[in-house]
Design a protein around this ligand. Structure first.
Ligand SMILES: NC(=O)c1ccc[n+]([C@@H]2O[C@H](COP(=O)([O-])OP(=O)(O)OC[C@H]3O[C@@H](n4cnc5c(N)ncnc54)[C@H](O)[C@@H]3O)[C@@H](O)[C@H]2O)c1
Length: 358
């Protein structure tokens, strides 16, 4: 009889720190590093990158395709990237997701260092070790957990970020504020305009990273039972309906998440599970940051007619959600500012809500 237990070590740790893009050279052995970025980031910030081979990948969700992954892997082969090398991704969440997946799988795993260049990537995507590729219009269907060794935050990179992309990042930051409630939410309410800068921006990013880190440290591989208060699934707040809106509209991720957050708040309020006052405060913040606060506003922003066939596409995308489980779907449900629970919602109920919701 064979009775053997293999103790596997899945430690993953990340250091997140502020620093100029120029200080990247001190964090990696530049003779054994390959840079991954999209053409826009290379055009805007390429001059500050260390002298390493650069592989340019397509911008946005197009980069998270199997075709991009294959050409990135071919680039690694051409540069003879071996297990002692570091993959350095400089870019938004899409570039980090692609490069992170490539680092997780190339030679069964090499080091990654991330330099997020969008607010969304600084406040959210660079932390936590999740990466992913899209498949047939479905988000993040293939992915791994592979935490970067270092995350370097250079807030000055955001100076070149267009307003719509900044707003997209604000949606994830607002999601963190709803999860934390209290002083965090009040801080967001105290921001004077939709595009904070200087110390306010630094505090915004620091608060988001701290919120995400709290859940990731407690539940690095999303294995805690969904009812656990620190289940990583709480971070999916706004994403169940948000991903469906993103698939149906092609809007930038954060803008779709904002509409998804507003919708799930309305859903909860309609069940008496979220006080109308809290839902209104969240709605006001979405307005302050110029974010869509309904499915209809998301459609308008994407220039799509808000017709029954559009709503049907959103509902169909909901059914394809990864967190679907038979006739139900696991969703992060806001119950109050600072209280989000993960619960199973009947898919039919959520779909009909999406068909009718504002
Ligand atoms: N892995 C995670 O934990 C996680 C979390 C949240 C979101 N995501 C993923 O992140 C992606 C969205 O992130 P995003 O919006 O940052 O992605 P992105 O990489 O698509 O960047 C958005 C756009 O901004 C441009 N850009 C990037 N940096 C710039 C700069 N400094 N100046 C000017 N333009 C710049 C890019 O060229 C691109 O056109 C989605 O695919 C989403 O699924 C992942």
């Amino acid at each position: 009889m064979i009775d053997l237990r293999l103790e596997s070590v899945r430690r993953q740790s990340t250091r997140v720190r502020s620093g100029d893009l120029e200080s990247l050279a001190a964090l990696v052995d530049t003779s054994r590093a390959v840079l991954v970025c999209d053409p826009e980031v290379r055009r805007l910030h390429g001059a500050k990158l260390p002298p390493c081979p650069v592989i340019v990948v397509p911008r946005g969700e197009e980069g998270k395709s199997f075709a991009s992954f294959a050409s990135l892997a071919e680039g690694f082969a051409a540069e003879a990237v071996d297990r002692g090398w570091t993959v350095v991704a400089v870019g938004g969440g899409a570039v980090l997701d692609l490069a992170g997946f490539a680092a997780a799988t190339w030679l069964r795993g090499v080091d990654a260092v991330f330099v997020p260049s969008t607010l969304l990537a600084m406040a959210d995507a660079s932390v936590g070790g999740k990466n992913g590729l899209d498949l047939g219009g479905r988000k993040n269907q293939v992915g791994a957990f592979h935490a970067p060794r270092e995350v370097l935050l250079d807030l000055s990179l955001l100076d070149t970020l267009p307003d719509a992309e900044f707003a997209s990042g604000m949606a994830e930051a607002l999601k963190h504020g709803v999860i934390e409630g209290g002083a965090h939410f009040a801080f967001l309410e105290g921001l004077r305009n939709g595009r904070p800068s200087g110390a306010a921006l630094e505090e915004l990013v620091a608060r988001s990273v701290a919120c995400k880190a709290r859940f990731v440290e407690a539940d690095p591989f999303e294995e805690l039972p969904s009812e656990a208060p620190l289940s990583r699934r709480v971070l999916n707040l706004g994403h169940t309906i948000g991903h469906a809106i993103e698939s149906a509209t092609g809007l930038p991720h954060g803008l779709a998440v904002a509409a998804g957050l507003a919708s799930i708040c309305r859903f909860q309020a309609s069940h008496g599970e979220l006080a109308a006052r809290d839902a209104e405060r969240i709605g006001r913040l979405l307005d302050t940051f110029g974010l869509p606060a309904s499915v209809a506003e998301a459609a308008a922003l994407a220039g799509i007619d808000d017709s029954p066939s559009f709503r049907t596409r959103v509902a169909a995308a909901l059914s394809a959600d990864k967190k679907r489980d038979g006739s139900g779907i696991l969703a992060a449900l806001p119950c109050a500012l600072g209280t989000v629970r993960v619960g199973r919602v009947a898919l039919a109920e959520l779909s009909s809500f999406v068909m009718e919701a504002p």
